[in-house]
Design a protein around this ligand. Structure first.
Ligand SMILES: Cc1cc2nc3c(=O)[nH]c(=O)nc-3n(C[C@H](O)[C@H](O)[C@H](O)COP(=O)(O)O)c2cc1C
Length: 207
């Protein structure tokens, strides 16, 4: 990681033609927030045990402390760690998608034993951002405590594009006016994926 920061620093210095002395990368590397952000990866293989609820409570508290428009907290959150209910959800998804490969329905949560379902307030145009920031606070706090995670958009589609999943949505019990927006799986990682490259060229300072 030190190397990455050093390379980025040197690159940006060269590109901007600045005369400044290269900053020592040590301070960033010792910053636990930056270390967590840079080390987090999406996990798609998990150990079977659900995340302890005491730990999930901390992760969820971090989630609801995310910045959000006008402090409307335009989200609702449901946590599922019951293997029986998880199976019920996957079976409903399979039933609602008869053309789907059954393995895909089984793997739609990427094996995460604890799922968080996030719904957004449909009446607030910025609620998707509120929900995204809530999710980001959760995945980062989880990673900092040794808990892996995966943001999942596809199950949102699988759960909302057919009638067979209506009883599941009913059981999740979101309030009137809210719709499922994002799913986030949590658990203990059973893999160590490499970082995917990011395009630094998409970022520019504009004078
Ligand atoms: C809104 C959103 C939806 C996503 N949906 C899926 C998904 O349906 N299936 C999946 O395997 N990963 C999904 N991901 C995870 C991304 O593929 C992953 O974050 C991206 O490839 C970058 O990898 P990293 O998280 O390891 O840095 C989603 C991520 C986000 C933010």
């Amino acid at each position: 990681m030190k190397k990455t920061f050093a390379t980025l620093g040197i690159l940006s210095c060269l590109l901007s033609g600045c005369q400044c002395k290269q900053q020592e990368p040590v301070t960033q590397d010792e910053n636990p927030v930056i270390t967590t952000i840079m080390a987090r990866r999406s996990i798609r293989k998990y150990q079977p045990q659900a995340v302890e609820r005491e730990k999930m409570d901390i992760i969820l508290q971090c989630g609801i402390n995310a910045p959000n428009g006008q402090n409307k907290q335009s989200w609702e959150v449901r946590v599922v760690d019951s293997p029986a209910f998880m199976e019920e959800i996957k079976e409903a998804i399979a039933k609602g998608h008869p053309d789907m490969n059954p393995e895909m329905a089984k793997g739609c949560f990427r094996g995460a034993p604890t799922m968080v379902f996030i719904a957004r307030d449909k009446s607030y145009d910025f609620s998707p951002y509120d929900c995204g920031l809530l999710a980001e606070n959760m995945v980062l706090s989880a990673w900092s405590m040794g808990v892996g995670s995966i943001c999942l958009g596809s199950p949102v589609r699988f759960l909302t594009d057919n009638d067979a999943c209506l009883p599941i949505l009913e059981k999740l019990g979101f309030s009137e006016g809210y719709e499922l927006c994002l799913c986030v799986g949590f658990g203990y990682a059973d893999e160590e994926p490499a970082a995917k490259p990011r395009d630094w060229g998409k970022v520019k300072y504009v004078d």
